[in-house]
Write a protein that binds this ligand. Structure first.
Ligand code: RB5
Length: 171
């Protein structure tokens, strides 16, 4: 008899949901995230999503994450893509760079709970991952949780996000 673990049940049920909910998703990575980006690209295509790849388009150990992450972040802010996935070696540089773009709410994610709660409460629109930290399967699971989640729009979250976005007007 085939064993269905909680994780595989979760993945199967979420894959079924996401197959019927196609999104336009932007992805970007430097050399530290290049290999994971290529895997995630195929994963998203298999799910039926439209993927816009902001590079890097080859492994170049001298490249710089802002050159790929900032164009992705601008596309998310301009709503040219619905959500973004930014990957560098640790995910830290990607999140620092992405959050400089007004309208972007990016976070480095290393656990399943934060992957969906970040969207539900904080309206996260870019997930950042560490290609040298997070394994392929864990990354796929975090991405599913991120894509599957919706901002609740609860008044307390809108109020808190308003206090954050007010900073953008001061610059
Ligand atoms: C590049 O070597 C590395 O510093 C970068 O990918 C990222 O980890 C920065 O946060």
């Amino acid at each position: 008899m085939r064993c269905v673990t909680p994780t595989s049940f979760y993945l199967i049920s979420h894959i079924s949901y996401l197959k019927s909910h196609k999104m336009k998703i932007g992805i970007a990575a430097d050399h530290g995230g290049y290999k994971l980006k290529e895997i995630i690209h195929l994963f998203l295509v298999k799910l039926g999503h439209e993927v816009v790849d902001f590079g890097a388009y080859k492994l170049d150990n001298a490249d710089d994450y802002p050159d790929f992450v900032i164009p992705l972040a601008e596309a998310v802010a301009d709503q040219e893509v619905e959500r973004g996935i930014a990957i560098c070696g640790s995910g830290v540089g990607a999140s620092v760079a992405a959050n400089k773009v007004h309208g972007v709410r990016a976070a480095l994610i290393n656990d399943h709970f934060s992957a969906h709660q970040g969207v539900e409460d904080d309206n996260l629109n870019i997930i950042c991952l560490g290609g040298r930290v997070t394994g392929n399967m864990a990354a796929e699971e975090y991405i599913l949780a991120f894509l599957n989640a919706q901002f609740t729009g609860a008044a307390r979250h809108v109020r808190r996000l308003g206090k954050v976005s007010a900073l953008e007007g001061r610059e």
